[in-house]
Design a protein around this ligand. Structure first.
Ligand SMILES: [Zn+2]
Length: 209
């Protein structure tokens, strides 16, 4: 089966995507990871690296092709889970995933802002931690200095959330009209959120491992 993870910033869709991948035994295909892990000999490597380094959005036409190449691999034969695709209508012109369900994780705007305000990056090992939601023992052992990423400031986050609630919701609503959206609240622990997803999948008759 084919799924697409969707939701506003900090809703936890990456974590839920990994949990769903383990439960269904199908790979999670994340745009960001695909782009970061492009081999040096990939025909788009130069172009995409230069767009990413300049902080520009990577051309979706190329991203679509990279996703299509990835999902044609044998491990995707029984299905896959996309994360990071179809944030805007135009994505669908380049690649319209033959999806079974969109998994939409909702989160109040204030909660997105709150979660992101706790996000810090370590200058020593590059790890991202959350000082509001994580146990300090998980990051205080490191001598690195934690700082906020420039694009995690409130204005920048609000701009990204505006795009989600307009452009991305427009895409999601098209799939809602086709009865292809499984919507769960992103509040609570990852395990609580995942049990909501599981419950909906069971209702739809999706076999879980
Ligand atoms: Zn560190």
């Amino acid at each position: 089966m084919i799924f697409v993870m969707m939701g506003p910033q900090a809703c936890g869709k990456g974590t839920q995507g990994r949990m769903l991948s383990a439960a269904l035994g199908i790979p999670l295909v994340t745009n960001g990871e695909l782009l970061r892990n492009l081999s040096d000999t990939h025909p788009y490597k130069k172009l995409i690296s230069s767009q990413m380094n300049k902080g520009e959005l990577v051309d979706q036409k190329f991203v679509a092709q990279i996703i299509k190449d990835r999902i044609s691999k044998p491990d995707c034969a029984n299905g896959y889970i996309l994360d990071g695709w179809m944030r805007k209508d135009i994505d669908l012109d380049y690649f319209y995933p033959p999806l079974d369900y969109v998994i939409l994780i909702t989160l109040p705007r204030e909660e997105s802002l709150k979660r992101i305000s706790g996000r810090r990056v370590c200058d020593l090992d590059g790890k991202t931690v959350n000082i509001l939601t994580q146990d300090p023992e998980e990051f205080e052992y490191c001598d690195g200095h934690l700082s906020q990423r420039p694009d995690d400031n409130e204005n920048a986050v609000n701009r990204r959330l505006d795009i989600f609630y307009t452009d991305t919701m427009h895409v999601i609503n098209q799939f809602k009209a086709k009865n292809k959206v499984i919507e769960v609240s992103g509040l609570g622990t990852p395990e609580e959120v995942f049990s909501r997803i599981e419950e909906q999948l069971v209702k739809k008759g999706v076999p879980l491992q």
